[in-house]
Design a protein around this ligand. Structure first.
Ligand SMILES: *Cc1c(COP(=O)(O)O)cnc(C)c1O
Length: 527
């Protein structure tokens, strides 16, 4: 169905008011265009379904230089003109090359397969297009967000007074955490509002935040953005299980005080990005109590434990947190973005409140109007909460938790089969669902050669689209990493990825016949 209108007629009518032809040609979403709406949403859904049926490989393996010419040739001022044609073009430019996170051969980053109810929620929230900054732009949506924040806080064991907001991701949540720990300290020292009005005091350059060496880089970035500098973030050594070493934490705090620096907070990670390690919240919380430090828990990855059936006990100590980062778009299987920042004392969110006469005037707050913008760094804000809401109201929390438990079980089983492989060197036993390892053909292979070999394995897997796995560096050396979030993946399918790693390792070793792995991949493709 072609719905485009000849360009000249729009030009002729461009300053008309209430012209139905203009609304039609722009395809405005309203009660007159509901058939068009249903048609296009169905066409889009069909295009996605067809792409998933076609996607035998996790990824086409296309390189940027191979795809770039298609984009250069494209003129955005001459559109294909209707949805079927635009979707067909999209297939060629995107869907045929996308990296498919639902695919059993996807084991790279903290990207999850998503739940169908959360995808359905996207259809609703983007059509209604509520903006969660003020009640007068969102009405009931505000209560949905607030109810989910309260639910998450209760699961974490935080007090009644806890409050928070949905955010764009763990990075924004961690930025809010560093902002609040900084400003809570400044408010105590200099009085409420002084920093907001006059900027940072000279002492700000001495503020120190203690994180484990395995913590997320967004914390250092936040400190830099907030005028504290990277140096404000002190990396504390980890134990052999890649958890923050609590004795080292105490020493680091003492050392910092001796230097005249000002410790203000500790960030514990519940699920480190590389190792999935869980910092021991009990003892870390005790240190924070004794030293009067803010405890932020970065549970961007580990938040799935909140709904876990098998591993729920492992969040013990979380109830002591002053603030919390959760990424529902990781271990709750929600589409990007879906995250939250929660603070134990909701009143602390007042530190980011700014009143604008046209949006969220003081009077509205005084009258008790629930404007989420008063607690948020964002103004216009997506109704991402609806995805989690429809998930909890359809499949329920236990189903989400069981899916995360399934990923943890898969990692453990994969670890067992890898331990039986003499050419694979594992760096740890998985606490959640990541496995860091490297291919090591023999004990005498040099570190430089191991780096080359492991980089080659990963590059080749990505190139032929056979599997997508991650890489990282530990102690300056290159390692490979599986991040598993797909409860539908079987141990046999993981066995296949492990076999590919071994095969590509052999093929890339010095003295191997060049290209043999590529030849084998061809056979597999045709087989
Ligand atoms: C992913 C991650 C983040 C960052 O979250 P985004 O949603 O990618 O912004 C922060 N901390 C940890 C531990 C993470 O794994």
């Amino acid at each position: 169905m072609r719905t485009s209108t000849p360009v000249p007629s729009i030009h002729d009518r461009a300053d008309a008011t209430g012209d139905p032809e203009i609304a039609r040609s722009a395809q405005l979403f309203n009660e007159h265009n509901l058939d068009l709406y249903r048609d296009q949403v169905h066409q889009a859904a069909d295009a996605v379904a067809a792409a998933l049926r076609r996607a035998r490989h996790v990824h086409s393996g296309v390189r940027p230089d191979e795809l770039a010419p298609d984009f250069e040739a494209l003129d955005l001022d001459t559109p294909p003109g209707d949805m079927p044609a635009a979707l067909d073009e999209l297939r060629r430019l995107y869907l045929d090359h996308a990296v498919y996170f639902h695919h059993p051969r996807y084991a790279a980053h903290l990207n999850c397969p998503v739940l169908v109810p959360s995808v359905a929620a996207e259809v609703v929230l983007s059509a209604i297009n509520s903006s969660l900054d003020t009640w007068d732009q969102s009405a009931g949506a505000t209560f949905i967000e607030q109810k989910l924040i309260a639910w998450t806080a209760a699961r974490a064991g935080l007090p009644e007074a806890a409050d928070g907001v949905f955010t764009s991701g763990g990075t924004q949540s961690n930025l809010m955490a560093v902002l609040l720990m900084r400003d809570a300290w400044c408010a105590r020292e200099y009085g409420h509002g002084r920093v907001q009005t006059h900027g940072l005091p000279a002492a700000a350059s001495r503020l120190r935040i203690f994180v484990s060496e395995a913590s997320h880089f967004s914390l250092a970035k936040a400190a830099a953005l907030l005028g504290l500098g990277h140096e404000a973030v002190v990396g504390v050594a980890c134990d052999s299980a890649r958890r923050m070493d609590v004795a080292a934490l105490e020493r680091a705090i003492a050392h910092s005080r001796e230097q005249g620096d000002i410790p203000i907070a500790v960030v514990a990670t519940l699920g480190t990005t590389d190792f999935g390690s869980l910092d021991d919240l009990g003892p870390i919380g005790a240190v924070c109590d004794a030293q009067h430090l803010w405890l932020h828990v970065d549970a961007a990855y580990g938040c799935g434990l909140l709904v876990s059936i098998a591993h729920r006990a492992r969040i013990a100590g979380l109830e002591r947190a002053d603030s919390l980062t959760v990424d529902y778009h990781k271990s709750f299987f929600q589409p990007v973005s879906c995250s939250a920042f929660i603070v134990a004392d909701g009143a602390q969110l007042g530190l980011v409140t700014h009143h604008a006469d046209y949006l969220n005037p003081r009077e509205a707050a005084a009258a008790g109007t629930p404007d989420q913008v008063n607690k948020s760094l964002q103004t216009t804000k997506r109704f991402d909460a609806l995805k989690l809401w429809l998930t909890l109201r359809t499949v329920g929390a236990d189903a989400v938790g069981a899916a995360f438990d399934g990923a943890i079980a898969l990692a453990r089983a994969t670890c067992e089969l890898m331990l039986a492989e003499p050419r694979l060197e594992l760096l740890h036993r998985p606490e959640l669902s990541t496995i860091v390892f490297r291919y090591r053909p023999c004990l005498t292979t040099s570190e430089a050669e191991l780096d080359r070999l492991n980089a080659a394995i990963r590059a080749q897997l990505a190139r032929d689209g056979e599997a997508m796995i991650a890489a990282t560096r530990v102690g300056g050396r290159r390692y490979l990493k599986f991040t598993l979030l797909n409860a539908a993946t079987t141990v046999e399918q993981m066995r296949e990825i492990v076999d590919l790693v071994l095969e590509y390792g052999r093929a890339n070793a010095v003295g191997a016949v060049p290209g043999s792995a590529a030849v084998n991949a061809q056979w597999r493709r045709h087989g």
